[in-house]
Design a protein. Structure first.
Length: 307
């Protein structure tokens, strides 16, 4: 049983790798051999039904044009064999009738095989789509379970990611300065513990607003974080995605998208905002999730919102 299975897999691999020309040549050779065998055996036995094989194989592996070619060849071969080995047609109408009858037989076989091939291909595409969807859903659930609220022990990782963002141009270069990093460490730690921080308001001035840090931890390593701020005071229902960084090694793996999805889902009953660079990846992600431009800041940021 195992040997048969291995043989089938090897045969499928050979057929898959064979070029269309080689396949066509092989089927034409098979067609010719069946025809010659039919002629050689005389009128005692007919091998015309076996011409179904190359016709069906052509339809399955080579498509409609090749199937049409073999329908014509098989029909002609059957009629020629009948004419030479059995009886000549009394008039052209009988010849035409015999040709049409043969074409109908082989054509029906070709159509059935083409239909089956389309169904098999559709099932394969559907199965591949289901596998991709399941894989994405597993990945999404894995990432979703990896997102958690930050604790003070995560501040070092948050500072590391912030520094990486400054080096790549996502943040102001000042975040790479040691003195600035020390101040950020103290501010972030206090924000995580107290849940509040002082921020510059877009309308001017400063105010104490709610602050939350969320991190994505994969294999025991914090690979992303986002900072969520209130907009204009403790009682406001608005929340701003103020900052988000994904570790370079994890970009392109859906981490950033999942963090944004989490932000939208977790604060779905609030008005959501974010300030982005024009044309940035963050702006594109938010635009796909229903955020729209409402203003431009003096620093050149595009302020997006979703109600």
């Amino acid at each position: 049983m195992l040997r048969t299975r291995k043989l089938q897999l090897r045969l499928r691999r050979l057929l898959r790798n064979a070029s269309a020309r080689l396949m066509l040549a092989g089927l034409l050779t098979l067609e010719a051999l069946i025809f010659l065998l039919d002629i050689d055996t005389g009128s005692g036995i007919s091998f015309a039904p076996f011409l179904v094989a190359p016709t069906a194989l052509a339809a399955w592996f080579l498509g409609r044009r090749a199937a049409l070619l073999f329908v014509v060849l098989s029909s002609v071969a059957r009629v020629v064999d009948y004419t030479l080995m059995r009886a000549r047609h009394e008039n052209p109408y009988l010849l035409a009738y015999d040709l049409l009858q043969s074409a109908a037989l082989y054509g029906l076989v070709a159509l059935l095989v083409l239909y089956l091939r389309r169904q098999v291909d559709a099932l394969r595409r559907h199965a591949a789509k289901i596998r991709d969807t399941a894989r994405r859903e597993r990945h999404r659930r894995l990432l979703d379970s990896a997102i958690r609220r930050a604790v003070p022990e995560d501040v070092d990782a948050i500072i590391r990611l912030t520094t990486s963002g400054g080096e790549s141009g996502g943040f102001d270069q000042s975040v790479t300065d040691n003195v600035r990093q020390a101040a950020l460490t103290a501010t972030f730690t206090a924000g995580i513990v107290d849940g509040a921080a002082l921020r510059d308001l877009w309308s001017g001035g400063q105010s104490t607003v709610p602050i939350e840090f969320w991190v994505c931890e994969i294999d025991g390593r914090v690979v992303s974080y986002m900072m969520i701020l209130g907009v204009d005071g403790q009682k406001s229902m608005q929340r701003e995605l103020h900052a988000m960084v994904v570790e370079d090694s994890c970009r392109g793996r859906g981490v950033g998208s999942q963090m944004v999805d989490f932000f939208c889902a977790h604060y779905k009953h609030r008005r959501l905002l974010s300030a982005c660079r024009d044309g940035s990846a963050m702006m594109q992600m938010l635009s796909r999730r229903g955020f729209a431009l409402i203003a431009r800041s003096d620093q050149g940021y595009q302020i997006l919102a979703r109600d």
